[in-house]
Design a protein around this ligand. Structure first.
Ligand SMILES: Cc1ncc(COP(=O)(O)O)c(C=O)c1O
Length: 452
């Protein structure tokens, strides 16, 4: 490793230069790196990422919402080392293995057995593709092949692959690929910020559900499924809604025979205060997509949980009635083992109760920001905080996110606002001091950016 011999102080710059020459970074206009810093991470510990010079960055967004229990978590590391010496991978067609069986059983148990079967993939978008295909194929196997349409919410985000993008409603990600996509029907978002004068969050939920009812009444016979991000539509800018919306949508799906797909890729695994966000509405979907945090943020793993009644519609002598979807790494044992370690931490360390205390503490520490005159819509759900910056200058508004990122880095934080929405989604293992530091530095960064 030639890099180890380099003069101190040059290692990060060198990795950055080489990265910019050879790596095409995700979700990035690469030219922006002419002004926005690229950070070369050397290692991680707990909530911190370190560069090659030892400068640290508090991972305030859990590395794109995946990390739960800190970087280089001892327990997950130990389980993975053990798994490495046992079985790194075996194909899942015709074979099975302990980690995938245990994980499927434990996830089913977490739904009280309602979602009894688990199908595996690697990234969130793949799980969404699977749920869409399964729903479509279920109706076909059930003699209802006219049910082919999908419904998504305004501002929805379900991933970047062609099928997932078709049920995504974020123009920035979608517009360029419009001609490639099969149009989905879009219904009103229950985003609580859309409350009209005198309306409660529940009123907004009812109004948005009425939009779904209108569509279902017109054409439920053509609709296979509606896909929702329960409680928080994250990628559109942490749009939060009342759990009542999910309860109402579940009733409508039952009444009109439309599948409910809950995309818990971002909001599952305790992020909103319960293990599954759907639990807060007292409902179970027909398909539940998990990814990101389920492996503790260690390895690409995604899962679609579904009801046994759906599984049974594919169980047949006829091979073409089966779900013939696959990915090479389906059910990878290492990823499943990381997920088992993650679930064990939830069981043994009373994570949800501890998160409630941590959330209250961070909420308290963030008061100066929530009350700031240039802040509106300060909001929180479980371990997610967000606010919208008031920035009337159009040029400044357009670059708010990039300027915030750069300033945050100077203040030892990794934060990446979505447009003018600043949010925090830290790993669950923040200490008291780290909680205070995160709140204080976020405020400092915000004031610097607003002043700039
Ligand atoms: C709700 C939701 N669904 C799907 C995805 C896509 O997951 P991935 O990026 O792993 O493909 C994301 C990613 O942010 C997401 O937030």
């Amino acid at each position: 490793m030639a890099e180890l011999n380099q003069a101190p102080g040059t290692a990060s710059q060198d990795w950055v230069a080489r990265s910019l020459r050879s790596v095409w970074h995700p979700c990035t206009q690469m030219q922006h790196h002419e002004t926005v810093p690229l950070i070369a991470v050397s290692h991680g510990r707990g909530v911190w990422l370190y560069d090659h010079e030892g400068k640290r960055y508090l991972d305030g967004i859990s590395s794109w919402w995946v990390n739960l229990f800190g970087h280089a978590n001892r327990r997950i590391n130990a389980e993975l080392r053990d798994q490495l010496d046992t079985l790194e991978h075996a194909m899942l067609a015709g074979f099975t293995h302990e980690p995938v069986v245990q994980l499927s059983e434990q996830l089913s148990a977490l739904t009280g057995g309602t979602l009894g079967h688990a199908f595996y993939a690697s990234d969130g978008a793949s799980a969404v593709e699977i749920a869409l295909k399964m729903s479509f194929h279920y109706w076909r196997n059930s003699g209802r092949s006219e049910k082919q349409e999908f419904v998504c919410l305004e501002g929805s985000y379900h991933g970047e692959t062609i099928g997932a993008l078709a049920v995504t409603d974020v123009a920035l990600f979608k517009d360029a690929y419009g001609p490639l996509l099969r149009a989905a029907r879009t219904v009103a978002s229950p985003d609580a910020r859309l409350a009209r004068d005198g309306e409660t969050t529940q009123d907004v939920a009812r109004r948005a559900a009425a939009d779904v009812e209108k569509l279902f009444a017109e054409r439920a016979d053509k609709i296979a499924a509606i896909i929702v991000e329960p409680l928080v539509q994250c990628a559109t800018g942490m749009a939060m809604h009342d759990p009542l919306y999910l309860t109402l949508i579940r009733e409508l799906c039952d009444r009109y025979q439309v599948h409910l797909i809950c995309d818990e890729i971002a909001v599952g695994c305790g992020r909103t205060g319960t293990f599954f966000a759907s639990e807060q509405a007292g409902i179970w979907p027909d398909f539940l997509c998990l990814s990101k945090g389920i492996s503790g943020g260690y390895l690409p793993l995604s899962i679609v949980l579904t009801r046994d009644s759906i599984y049974q519609a594919f169980y047949d002598r006829d091979v073409t009635r089966g779900f013939l979807h696959s990915h090479s790494y389906t059910g990878n044992p290492l990823a499943c083992r990381a997920a088992l370690a993650t679930l064990a931490i939830f069981r043994d360390e009373d994570v949800l109760a501890r998160n409630r205390t941590r959330a209250a503490q961070l909420n308290e520490a963030l008061h100066p920001l929530a009350d700031h005159p240039r802040v509106r819509n300060a909001r929180q759900r479980g371990m997610i905080w967000a606010f919208d910056a008031i920035e009337d200058d159009a040029d400044k508004a357009a670059t708010f996110s990039r300027r915030f990122f750069a300033k945050a880095v100077e203040n030892e934080l990794l934060l990446r606002p979505i447009g003018r929405t600043m949010y925090l989604m830290p790993p669950y293992v923040l200490s008291d001091d780290e909680t205070a530091l995160l709140a204080e530095r976020t405020l400092r960064t915000f004031e610097d950016v607003i002043a700039g």
